[in-house]
Design a protein around this ligand. Sequence first.
Ligand code: ADP
Length: 483
Amino acid sequence: MDQIAQSLVRQQCYVNGEWTGQPSVPVTDPATGDELARVPNFGAAETKAAIDAAHAAFPEWAAKLAKERSQILRRWFDLVQAHSEELAHLMSAEQGKPLTEARGEVAYGASFIEFFAEEAKRVYGETIPSPRADARILVIKQPMGVVAAITPWNFPLAMITRKVAPALATGNTVVCKPAPDTPLTALALMQLAEEAGVPAGVLNMVTSDMEGAAAIGAEMTSNPLVRMIGFTGSTRVGKLLMEQAAGTVKKVALELGGNAPFIVFDDADLDRAVAGAMASKYRNTGQTCVCANRILVQDGVYDQFAAKLAEKVREMKVGRATEAEVMQGPLINEKALEKVEAHVADAVEKGAKVLTGGKRHSLGRTFYEPTILTDVTSEMRLANEETFGPVAPLFRFHTEEEAIATANDTPSGLAAYFYTNDLGRAWRVSEGLEFGMVGVNEGVISTELAPFGGVKESGLGREGSHHGIEEFVEMKYIMMSGL
Ligand code: ADP
């Protein structure tokens, strides 16, 4: 265990301002298999208690001045910043991402707290010209009540702050469930929230093992006190939560799987495209929902692009998160590794060629070699499913129309990227892509300042930016009459 600050390791859940529960579920380092700590295995009853606490805390929190909530969030942001190094080490240990990436995520995750601390003061209403002389129309925005958040392991900190910060800023209270693989970062965040002065019951964190997640989710989606479910994770679970939430007509905000196309046109700056592909494909060992999943390269530059990309990929250092200069860590678990292997095997069987990598890494465990496949076609599994691993499949195309049609040929619609130096094409393709986010000559698009989210089966709603605030408020129309 490298330099994990024990002061931030909590082995209990945080409910109603108390640390509670028996540590029982082991949390391990995916690079070594070492047990780092244990956390409680909460179920429906404990989740209900957390929801009750959040419900009880709601009126007082909602009644606070926006500025008061803003100041508490700002203190939380300052504390996260002050502890960024410990948080990054903790995250790398339980998740496996290289320290440089973990530091980046702490900064990214903290930025949502800072941004929404500021936005808390700007939840403006509206007046609308009245249809009658003796009446006025007003629109105000109010918090909804208890928000439930369920978050994934690939961004153990940022996926929490992206939901919790706007929820709290607008006066809601929250019960959050982190992924069983990465609860330690989540609980460390709770400790800092407590220190920042978030009142008891306003923010609660419940943990469980893999199986327990369903029981917590079922309580969150069926309990009538919960008014909204915010979820980031797989499309399968997102659909299930949406179905379950229908029983009490809860609002749902879903960030689900992607199948991002990364298109390189003949007129692109190839070095820039290679740098973008490296960042977009191999970040977090290919385990982000906006990672390039299909790299579509125009015929005229296909071989040149493949060669340039291979040169960079072969230079990548693979290893434990804490080793210097490591650019790629292990995959999160055995299941993830098996999926990557299956996708590569299926592609090779159907005619793809391995340009580099293509097998488990000699480091063992869940390490996989950074891989490039060429001659990839739409019949292969990795064209239609999210691989979530360090595999770059290169598809060949001939025309702009073909590239757009291929890119859109998926039920997913989260992020898309393309490289071109033609201004007209930049507009045509941006508008033609059926995706919620588009990077033009850019491979990394996440920022707290912009609306993150997808279309089609990639989700509902947007997180981040001033639009992210709207997800957490109810609009109320008031007609004042007899004036
Ligand atoms: P992944 O396949 O990337 O692990 P999941 O959608 O399974 O994505 O996990 C995302 C989050 O959803 C995690 O916190 C996980 O524990 C949780 N989860 C998984 N199954 C359920 C379920 N049936 N109900 C509620 N939450 C669930």
